[in-house]
Design a protein around this ligand. Structure first.
Ligand code: C2E
Ligand code: CA
Ligand code: CA
Length: 569
C-alpha cells in the first residue's frame, strides 16, 4: 500500500470514528469504555452529565475508584471477574453526583473483545435532569437550607444500600420541637422561621461531619448517622444534642427556650428501608413524648430498658454518694526481691443495701460519663489519705496507690483539690501514688503533663496503669514524669503458655528498666507466674496469689499477724 492509499484509509477511519463518537455523544445512555484493568479509556457526554465529572477527571481512572455501588457486589473488581466469566452483567447501581446528589441507574456491563469492556448506564434518578432539580431547588428546604424530605429519602436509600452486608448500625433520628406551634402563635411566624434556622445550625454543629441532617417538615427534623458501631454512640449524640438545644436561642433580641423530643430507629434491627425506619423513629418519638423522661426513645425496647437502667443507676449512684455507701478495699503490692510489702492499691466498692458488694466495673463507667466521677474521685482521694494516715499513725509506712479517671485529669483544679485534701487529712503525700491509664494521659496531654509535674513536686509518684493495652507509644513516656509501669493482668494470665503474652510482659519489664522506671505485674494468681516474673526481674507484683483486695481492717490484721515487712519510701 502506498502512502497515498494509507492516508486515504486513515482519513476514512477518522471520519468513521468521528461519526461514532458523535452518535455516542448524542445518546441518552452514559457509555464508558474500559480497558482490561477497568481503567476508563473513553466516555460520552451523557456519562459526564450523570456523574458531574469532567473528561480530565475520568480518563485513566479506574471505574472502581468512582463513588458508585454495584448491586450485589462489594467491589467492582468482583463484578469484572463475573463479567469475564459470563460476558455480560445487568443490574442496578447507585452513585454520588459531584453536586452531592444521588444518582441511580440501570447498567449493562459487556465484555467486548479480550481487552475491552463496555458499560452502558441508563440514568433512572427520578427521570429528571440534575440541572432541573438544582434549578428548582426542589431538594432543599428554603428556610433552613437543609435537604428536604425528598432528598432525605434519596440519601437514606443510598446510605442503607452502602451499609448492606457491613457490620454496624445506621441510626435514624426523628427530632420534634415541643410546642413549636405556641412559639409561632405567640411570637409570630417570622421569629418561628428564624428559630427553625438557628435550630438547624445547632443540629449541624452538634453532629459529626458525614451526618445527614434534613428538615422533614414543619418543626420536624431527621438526622441520619451512617454506620455506627454501637447504639450507645447514637444515644450519646442524641442526649448531647437535647441538652444543647435546651440552651436559649437568641432571636431578634429575644431569648427563646425550647425543648426537643427524639425517636430513634436503627438499621437493620428496626427496618431495612427508609419508609420503615422513618415510621419507626416517628413512633419512638411519640412514645418519648408520652413518657417524658429523657426526651428520647429507641424504637426497640431492649435498648430502652438498657437506657432506663442506666438512668436509675445514675440516680442511685448520686444517692449512694450522699449516703456514703462506698468503701475502699486494699490489695497489697509486694517487692519481688525482698518479699516486703511496698504498698497497697485502693479499689472502690459499693456496699449496696440490697444488692451487696458491687464492683467498680459495674458503675465506674456511668460515673465517668455523667461526671459523677469528679465527686466520687474526690471522695476516694480523701478516704485514701485518711486511711493512709491511719496506717502511718500505727507505725506502718504503707504507700497507697489510687486510681484516677481521665475526667479527673481534665479538671484544672485537680492539684489544688488534692493539695487541700492532703493538708486537711495531714497525710504525707510521699505515701501517695497515682495510677493513670495511658489513654487518660493521651486524651489531654498538655494538661496531664502539667498536673503530673505538679504532683511530682508534691512528692507523689505516678504509675501508668494497664500498660500495654492501648497506645504503648513509647514516645510519650519521655514527656511525662512517670515512676512505674503496671503490666496489665491480661498479659499475666497466660504468661506461662502464650508466647505473645510472654513477649509483651518481658518487653514491658525491659522498657521500664531502660527508662529507669519500676515494673509491677498485676493479677498474679499462681506460683509459676511469680517465678517467671522473678526470673525476668520484674520489680513488684500484686494479685490473688498474694491477696485479693480486702477491707482496711483485714489488711492491718494481715500485716500484723504475718509480721509482714513494709518497705518505707
Ligand atoms: P485496675 O486498676 O486494673 O485494678 C485491678 C483490678 O484487678 C481490680 O478489680 C482487682 O480486684 C483485680 N485483681 C487484682 N488481682 C487480681 C487477680 O489476681 N486476678 C484477677 N482476675 N483480678 C485481679 P476491681 O477492684 O474490680 O477494679 C476494676 C477497675 O475499676 C480497676 O482496674 C480500676 O480501673 C477501676 N477502679 C477501681 N477503683 C477505682 C477508683 O477508686 N477510682 C477509679 N477512677 N477507678 C477505680
Ligand atoms: Ca489500677
Ligand atoms: Ca490495672
Amino acid at each position: 500500500m502506498n502512502n497515498r492509499d494509507l492516508g486515504r484509509r486513515i482519513r476514512k477511519l477518522r471520519n468513521k470514528l468521528h461519526i461514532v463518537s458523535r452518535i455516542l455523544d448524542h445518546m441518552k445512555e452514559g457509555i464508558v469504555l474500559l480497558n482490561r484493568e477497568g481503567r476508563i479509556i473513553s466516555v460520552n457526554r451523557a456519562f459526564l452529565k450523570i456523574t458531574g465529572l469532567t473528561h480530565d477527571q475520568l480518563y485513566g481512572r479506574k471505574l472502581q475508584n468512582l463513588d458508585i455501588k454495584w448491586e450485589g457486589f462489594s467491589s467492582f473488581e468482583e463484578l469484572l471477574q463475573e463479567v469475564n466469566k459470563k460476558e455480560v452483567w445487568e443490574g442496578e447501581i447507585w452513585g454520588v453526583h459531584r453536586d452531592g446528589f444521588i444518582f441511580t441507574g440501570e447498567v449493562s456491563l459487556i465484555k467486548g473483545d479480550k481487552d475491552l469492556f463496555i458499560a452502558i448506564f441508563l440514568d433512572t434518578s427520578d427521570r429528571r435532569s440534575l440541572e432541573d432539580s438544582l434549578r428548582s431547588l426542589s431538594h432543599f428546604d428554603p428556610i433552613t437550607g437543609l435537604p428536604n424530605r425528598a432528598l432525605l429519602y434519596d440519601h437514606l436509600s443510598y446510605l442503607l444500600f452502602r451499609a448492606k452486608g457491613k457490620k454496624g448500625n445506621v441510626g435514624v433520628i426523628f427530632f420534634d420541637i415541643d410546642n413549636f406551634k405556641l412559639i409561632n402563635d405567640t411570637l409570630g411566624h417570622e421569629i418561628g422561621d428564624k428559630l427553625l434556622k438557628s435550630f438547624a445550625q445547632r443540629l449541624i454543629s452538634c453532629f459529626p461531619s458525614g451526618t445527614l441532617i434534613s428538615r422533614f417538615g414543619g418543626d420536624e427534623f431527621v438526622v441520619v448517622l451512617p454506620l455506627l458501631e454501637k447504639a450507645e454512640d447514637i444515644e450519646r449524640l442524641v442526649s448531647g444534642f437535647i441538652k444543647e438545644a435546651s440552651n436559649p436561642f437568641y432571636i431578634d433580641f429575644k431569648k427563646i427556650y425550647i425543648t426537643v423530643t427524639a425517636g430513634i430507629s436503627l438499621y437493620p434491627v428496626d427496618g431495612k428501608d427508609p419508609q420503615t425506619l422513618l415510621r419507626n423513629a416517628d413512633i419512638a418519638m411519640h412514645h418519648a413524648k408520652e413518657y417524658r423522661r429523657s426526651g428520647y426513645r429507641f424504637f426497640t425496647d431492649e435498648l430502652n430498658i438498657k437506657i432506663s437502667e442506666r438512668f436509675s443507676l445514675e440516680s442511685e449512684l448520686r444517692d449512694a454518694l450522699e449516703r456514703e455507701e462506698f468503701t475502699l478495699y486494699y490489695q497489697p503490692i509486694f517487692d519481688l526481691n525482698t518479699d516486703h510489702v511496698v504498698g497497697a492499691e485502693a479499689l472502690i466498692r459499693w456496699l449496696h443495701p440490697d444488692r451487696g458488694i458491687i464492683l467498680p466495673g459495674k458503675f465506674i463507667e456511668v460515673a465517668e460519663e455523667t461526671d459523677l466521677i469528679t465527686s466520687l474521685g474526690e471522695w476516694v482521694l480523701r478516704k485514701v489519705c485518711k486511711d493512709g494516715k491511719y496506717f502511718l499513725d500505727k507505725g506502718i509506712p504503707l504507700k497507697i496507690a489510687v486510681n484516677i479517671s481521665a475526667n479527673q485529669l481534665t479538671d484544672i483544679y485537680f492539684t489544688e483539690k488534692l493539695r487541700k485534701i492532703v493538708e486537711e487529712t495531714s497525710f504525707d503525700p510521699r505515701y501517695l501514688e497515682i495510677e493513670i491509664t495511658e489513654s487518660a494521659l493521651m486524651k489531654n496531654k498538655q494538661e496531664a503533663a502539667r498536673i503530673l509535674s505538679e504532683l511530682k513536686a508534691m512528692g507523689i509518684t505516678v504509675a501508668i496503669d494497664d500498660f500495654g493495652t492501648s497506645y504503648s507509644s513509647l514516645n510519650y513516656l519521655k514527656y511525662f514524669p512517670v515512676d512505674k509501669l503496671k503490666i496489665d493482668r491480661s498479659f499475666i494470665g497466660d504468661i506461662m503458655s502464650d508466647p505473645n503474652d510472654i513477649a509483651i510482659a518481658t518487653t514491658i519489664i525491659a522498657i521500664a528498666h531502660n527508662l529507669g522506671l519500676k515494673s509491677t505485674a498485676e493479677g498474679v494468681e499462681s506460683e509459676e507466674q511469680l517465678v517467671f516474673l522473678k526470673l525476668w526481674q520484674c520489680d513488684e507484683a500484686q494479685g490473688f496469689y498474694f491477696s485479693p483486695p480486702i477491707p482496711l481492717s483485714q489488711l492491718l490484721e494481715m500485716i500484723q499477724k504475718e509480721n509482714l515487712k513494709i518497705r518505707d519510701v
